[in-house]
Design a protein around this ligand. Structure first.
Ligand SMILES: CC(C)(COP(=O)(O)OP(=O)(O)OC[C@H]1O[C@@H](n2cnc3c(N)ncnc32)[C@H](O)[C@@H]1OP(=O)(O)O)[C@@H](O)C(=O)NCCC(=O)NCCS
Length: 122
């Protein structure tokens, strides 16, 4: 929860994920949540995100989870999850996430313009 990229995104997810009413929407009492994957810049675009996400999905299913939730703060990770059949159940534009003085709190460069809460039954 420190004011670095990970801490800021954790705070954002802690605000936005409950707004998606996941328990009521899917009638579950628990779900598997992927908060963040970060791939070292030198290793990006080699399908590591895709492979790790698939492994997590398989592991979750083998442990009896029925619902997978991921919080897509990154345009590409969200797009990748939606390509893998996750549906977007809630979103917040970064332009609308502001502090008391109206300044944006989480302000990554385009194309990262919103956080999406993505869900898939397992
Ligand atoms: C987002 C991130 C995890 C992606 O990891 P990665 O291992 O490079 O992603 P993959 O190689 O598995 O690519 C997945 C898809 O996204 C696309 N993609 C990923 N990065 C991209 C980029 N910079 N530009 C265009 N497309 C990109 C890939 O082409 C692929 O698309 P496809 O399935 O249509 O072929 C990585 O860029 C990262 O660590 N970013 C910083 C941390 C972050 O924002 N994490 C996400 C928090 S939810």
């Amino acid at each position: 929860m420190e004011p670095n990229a990970l801490g800021l995104s954790r705070k954002l997810i802690a605000k936005v994920e409950p707004e998606a009413n996941i328990f009521e929407r899917y009638g579950v009492s628990s779900y598997l949540s992927l908060l963040a994957i970060s791939v070292h810049p030198s290793m990006r675009q080699r399908r590591i995100l895709v492979i790790l996400s698939r492994c997590l999905f398989t592991l979750g299913r083998s442990r009896g989870h029925t619902l997978f939730i991921t919080s897509g703060t990154n345009h590409y990770s969200s797009r990748s999850a939606m390509k893998a059949e996750c549906e977007c159940i809630h979103a917040l534009a970064y332009a609308d996430y502001k502090d008391d003085q109206g300044r944006p709190i989480y302000n990554p460069p385009a194309p990262h313009t919103q956080i999406r809460i993505l869900a898939s039954k397992m």
